[in-house]
Design a protein around this ligand. Structure first.
Ligand SMILES: Nc1nc2c(ncn2[C@@H]2O[C@H](COP(=O)(O)OP(=O)(O)OP(=O)(O)O)[C@@H](O)[C@H]2O)c(=O)[nH]1
Ligand SMILES: [Mg+2]
Length: 447
């Protein structure tokens, strides 16, 4: 019996001009072509068949049918893709017809899970599929695609093979202690450690590209926070007005800043007030600043410096803060040098949301804050994968210490064996079934 079916639209709620229903499983051909009405009598592998979709006497839609035989398919099983009109009602009706032919709806990530179980992709590549779907900027997409092409899997496998060779050398050293000693083993482990260090650096780069950087814009009412937020977003999204207290709620949007996905929060101005709604807005603003990795603290430079400005509070709290002296197109009253004197080392920038002056420098400051060193090729790794890399690295550090202390190679072998296990978790080789289940549960429908 055919196993499952679903459209390609992630989140399933979108309506596209074309909808694709993918049927996969041993009975996929029988189930899908049971609905086909057209001239073809046989369905050859990888050809396109035009026809109607019909159930009984009722014609449901006009469609293309794409039969693909196992094993050269996404799931490694027989697959038929039906391309029909993308309206929700049409898709629902065709899927209902398929259900009556014994097909069931795929679970989230089930297609990719089949690809994994069929041996077509390892776990790191399967996870990369979701990262590609979710990539928010071109740089994120490139990092995810590098993962899909097996960048991390291969690098991890090379280290794991190196660890295996070292384990073999340890057995040899135990059997022939006169010929191979710990002196030969330590440099081997050191090389593997430095390779893992490089991978961890790439992973750190990649996790910013994958998960993004959070930045909150805070400041006094009317400082120009929403104007700056709109400018960074490249959209006229938040209301801007000369009336202080315009923004009440925290507004949150993804922005692409120099290729880095930045989750930008615009907040209500912070000031003493009796207005309960405004006070709640200020509380939310403070929370947003606490949660953000980067705070963009906006000061209206056309007004006198106010020592109680929330910008200074953020600095004194030790938050990663960039002070933005805004409105420099007006006569300046807040003096840049005074701030630098009071806060040596603080990053202060002069900008004008009105004229755009200083905005390119601001964008660069945001990408700098993401801390991407330009040389490490970023891999879009999940937190799970990064943890596995870090624990594998710790195992190597333990093995290095054991060897340095001149203990028997057998002790180092325990750590090296554990190192291989941690590395195997990245590709899924040494991961428990229930953990793998959980990973695929986070996929979207249709993938
Ligand atoms: N001249 C000048 N005016 C600016 C600049 N940036 C913002 N403004 C003006 O300042 C006023 C307040 O701007 P907003 O962006 O709404 O300020 P806000 O900090 O979000 O204010 P609240 O939401 O009330 O806290 C508006 O009238 C803007 O047009 C600037 O760089 N130069
Ligand atoms: Mg505002």
């Amino acid at each position: 019996m055919a196993e499952y079916v679903f459209g390609t639209i992630c989140g399933a709620a979108a309506t596209g001009a074309v909808g694709i229903i993918r049927v996969s499983g041993p009975e996929a051909f029988a189930a899908a072509f049971g609905l086909y009405r057209g001239r073809a009598e046989r369905f050859e592998n990888r050809r396109i068949y035009y026809g109607m979709i019909a159930e009984g006497d009722e014609t449901l839609d006009e469609a293309l049918f794409l039969p693909m035989r196992a094993p050269g398919t996404y799931t490694t099983e027989d697959v038929v893709e039906i391309q029909c009109h993308g309206g929700q009602a049409t898709l629902a009706r065709v899927m209902a017809a398929l259900t009556r032919r014994g097909v069931r709806l795929a679970e989230p990530g089930e297609f990719t899970r089949r690809a994994y179980l069929g041996g077509r992709v390892d776990l790191a590549r399967a996870e990369a599929v979701m990262d590609i779907v979710g990539a928010k900027t071109d740089a994120s997409r490139r990092a995810a695609f590098g993962m899909l092409s097996g960048g991390l899997s291969e690098a991890v496998r090379r280290v794991s093979d190196g660890v295996l060779d070292t384990l073999a050398a340890i057995s040899a050293a135990i059997d022939f202690p006169d010929e191979i000693g710990a002196d030969d083993l330590s440099p081997r482990v050191a090389v593997l450690s430095s390779r893992l260090d490089e991978l961890i650096a790439s992973a750190e780069n990649g996790s910013i590209l994958r998960d993004g950087l959070s930045a909150a814009v805070i400041g006094r009412p009317n400082a120009g926070k929403s104007s700056i937020w709109n400018a960074l977003l490249g959209a006229d999204r938040a209301i801007v007005s000369p009336i202080p207290g315009t923004t009440r709620d925290a507004l949150r949007e993804w922005a692409n800043i120099g290729g880095i996905p930045v989750l930008l929060t615009d907040t209500a101005g912070i000031r003493e007030t009796d207005d309960e709604i405004e006070r709640e807005g200020a509380r939310r603003a403070e929370r947003a600043a606490d949660e953000a990795r980067l705070v963009l603290a906006v000061i209206d430079a056309s007004r006198e410096t106010d020592p109680a400005d929330p910008a200074f509070r953020s600095l004194s709290a030790g938050k990663n803060t960039v002070i933005l002296l805004n409105k420099i197109d007006l006569p300046e009253k807040t003096v840049y040098n005074d701030i630098i004197k009071d806060w040596p080392g603080a990053r202060v920038m002069r900008v004008s949301a009105a004229t755009g002056e200083g905005m390119d420098e601001l964008r660069r400051a945001v990408t700098d804050a993401a801390g991407l060193p330009s040389d490490a090729e970023p891999f879009s790794v999940s937190a799970r994968q990064k943890n596995a890399l870090v624990s594998a690295r710790e195992c190597l550090a333990r093995a290095e210490r054991t060897l340095a202390e001149g203990l028997s190679g057998e002790f180092a072998a325990i750590d090296l064996t554990e190192c291989r296990e941690r590395l195997g978790e990245i590709t899924g080789e040494t991961l428990a079934e229930d953990v793998i289940d959980r990973i695929f549960e986070n996929f979207c429908l249709g993938k």
